[in-house]
Write a protein that binds this ligand. Structure first.
Ligand code: NAI
Ligand code: MG
Length: 366
């Protein structure tokens, strides 16, 4: 167990879904001899309740030392009126910032029959498997100058600046090309070079990197507005999409909804390699703490279980083990096992723990 894993279950349904992940980890230790040195820590409201801060320096330090961090979710009504600095979300933002997680990986995969799909939608998304790589630490959300100013005539103006540098573009593009080599060998780079200078630079730099190091990957360029349309029109044309922070925010949410429920969506956020050549990484479901169903054993644990699969694949190069877990999830769904959020007619409705049972049972069969 020389691989260090930090588990931060967080608030609301976080601990419930993470319990199922821990069962899966036990299975890997027993059956596949894949084991980790696991530490547990607090993040979000639960950390505030105990320590008066959503993330202690000590836990932050453990995250920096870990080979990977697995996070549940943070937040809830109990902490909504806290000042900004103490809010649960600040814990997550600090993790992302201090770990320099510049590449956000959001897969959109359709595993089985959708809960709410028309036959038209079913045809469009059946077998869908795309990966959106969103730049996470630069662009218009962070660019300077920014602020709200009042002009001499009393007019107010809000200012944000879209800025990208060549290293920022190249490092996220490199992540996308490397991913494409593990998948369908196609990257679509998305910007608005027709109207934005940062988009022109983005396009040039991605193309340069491609021509220098990734000629074996097929590269195309697309304007962001067209990409939004194409995602809805014919999503299966894409393999890997790489784009900036703002466009990635929108396009990843759009792609997510092609696949059905929030309860099914994993994510990974990758940082720069450190001195030991180890890439910092945080894995978490896309969904939040779901206070409306917390504590009721109703939450779908698959988003977090699939985040664990991403961890096996991207932090530990355990691709075969990741495949196995994804196959078990797919088989459990194929057997008609459903939590409430993805219930389909004729399927078997199970609890959070029941879905964990089903995945473990399928793992046993593989
Ligand atoms: P949410 O994702 O927690 O819930 C939205 C809806 O989806 C709810 O009806 C919920 O029951 C359902 N849902 C979410 N995950 C589910 C799962 N695994 N299984 C079944 N149903 C699921 O988003 P919401 O309601 O906007 O936010 C609730 C709290 O979570 C807030 O405090 C928010 O700040 C926080 N949040 C935290 C995030 C994080 O930790 N990364 C991300 C988004 C929200
Ligand atoms: Mg978003």
């Amino acid at each position: 167990a020389n691989k260090k894993l930090l588990i931060l279950a967080g608030d609301g349904i976080g601990p419930e879904v993470m319990r199922q992940v821990e069962r899966v980890l036990d299975w890997y230790a027993k059956r596949r001899a894949v084991s980790f040195g696991v530490n547990h820590g607090l993040v979000g409201g639960c950390s505030y309740d105990k320590h008066g801060t959503p993330l202690t320096d000590e836990t932050m330090g453990e995250a920096m030392e870990a080979d990977a961090v697995l996070l549940g979710a943070v937040g809830g009504p109990k902490w909504d009126s806290l000042p900004f600095e103490k809010k649960p979300e600040r814990g997550l933002l600090r993790l992302r910032k201090d770990m320099e997680l510049f590449a956000n990986l959001r897969p959109a995969i359709v595993f089985g029959p959708l809960a709410d799909a028309s036959s038209l939608k079913r045809e469009l998304v059946d077998g869908l498997d795309i990966m959106i790589v969103r730049e996470l630490t630069g662009g218009v959300y962070f660019g300077k100058p920014r602020g709200i100013e009042t002009l001499p005539d009393g007019t107010r103006r809000g200012i944000n600046t879209q800025v990208y540098t060549t290293p920022e573009i190249q490092r996220v593009a490199r992540v996308a090309f490397d991913l494409a080599r593990l998948r369908g060998r196609k990257v679509c780079s998305v910007e608005k070079a027709n109207v934005m200078e940062s988009g022109v630079l983005w396009r040039e730099e991605v193309q340069k990197l491609h021509d220098a190091d990734y000629k074996d990957v097929e590269l195309s360029h697309m304007y962001a507005d067209n990409c939004a349309m194409q995602l809805v029109r014919q999503p299966k044309q894409f393999d890997v999409i790489v784009t900036d922070n703002l466009f990635g925010d929108l396009l990843s949410d759009c792609a997510a909804m092609l696949t059905g429920s929030l309860g099914m969506l994993p994510s990974a956020s990758l940082g720069a390699a450190d001195a030991r050549g180890r890439r910092r990484a945080l894995y978490e479901p896309v969904h939040g703490s779901a206070p409306d169903i917390a504590g009721k054993d109703l939450a779908n644990p698959l988003a977090t279980i699939l985040s664990l699969a991403m961890m096996l694949r991207y932090s530990f190069a355990l691709g075969a083990d990741a495949d196995l877990l994804e196959k078990a999830v797919s088989n459990a769904l194929g057997a008609g096992i459903r939590t409430g959020d993805i219930m389909t007619p004729g399927a078997t409705k199970v609890s959070t723990a029941g879905m964990g049972d089903a995945v473990l049972k399928e793992l046993d069969k593989l």
